[in-house]
Design a protein around this ligand. Sequence first.
Ligand code: PBE
Length: 297
Amino acid sequence: MLTARKVVFASFISAASLLAACGNGEESAPAESIGEAVDYTITGIEPGAGVSSQAESVLEEYENLEGWEVEHSSTAGMTTELSLAIQNEEPIIVVGWVPHWKFEQYDLKFLEDPNLTFGEEEEIHTFAREGLAEDIPGAFAIIDAFYWEPEDMQEIILAGQEMEYDQAAAEWVEENQDKVAEWTADAEPGNNESVRLVSTPWDSEFASSEVLAAVLEQEGYNVTITNVDPAVMFQAVADGDADATVAPWLPTTHAAFYEEHGDDVVELGPNMVGTQNGLVVPDYVDIDSIEDLTPPE
Ligand code: PBE
């Protein structure tokens, strides 16, 4: 998969340098024609994602986006559209976030969001079900202590493009036993108790849940991971159908679900800071801000 993407990227570079070599100074499209070229459509992802509701709010909160729409599809659909657009050096505006491999693969930028509809910096938080601390204190202590950096996650996301995420996570855990030791220091070892993690189906969360699962298993727990929509994830922890999650993005992305279920879960704080959502374009798209987009005539 990665190889195919690299080929696409390489042909994009050669097309761009060919233009430069011709020296015809190919004018970049003015902001008005970008809207027309993308049919006043933002390429979105799964409708259940928090970032999808944020993109809908963007349409409401920016007057210049009157007449625009978000086309929800899937993350794989979005990245396919993105790679095709880049291959043809055409404008495209996608719903995006970091950490994600697309920023490693392509030259992309976030459009400025002066209304902060996508929030500023987001964090990823840990929640446990009521009673987990008493029922499985050792596992609770590890889950509570789990904290890492976007660069760690990105490393696993990139490895996850070449192998299964459980393998990528197992390798990371083996190579980062110093970090892992900080999470396990105060935890009594398990005796094969089962720990049910619930998560969401995006690369960033495949990475975090598989790492936490690998650490818990190393310490003697028996872990399952269930991937569901963010709404179901919050519900599962609130109802005690899952033991914990390390996948909620806050304060903005999953704010609606947090408002609904925040009182019924045990909050263990951020496990990562410095993530971000927004509208993303290839570098060659000649605008900097959501406000630069124009409505249909
Ligand atoms: N995401 C990735 C998810 C959370 C993780 C930003 C696409 C969302 O919007 O719900």
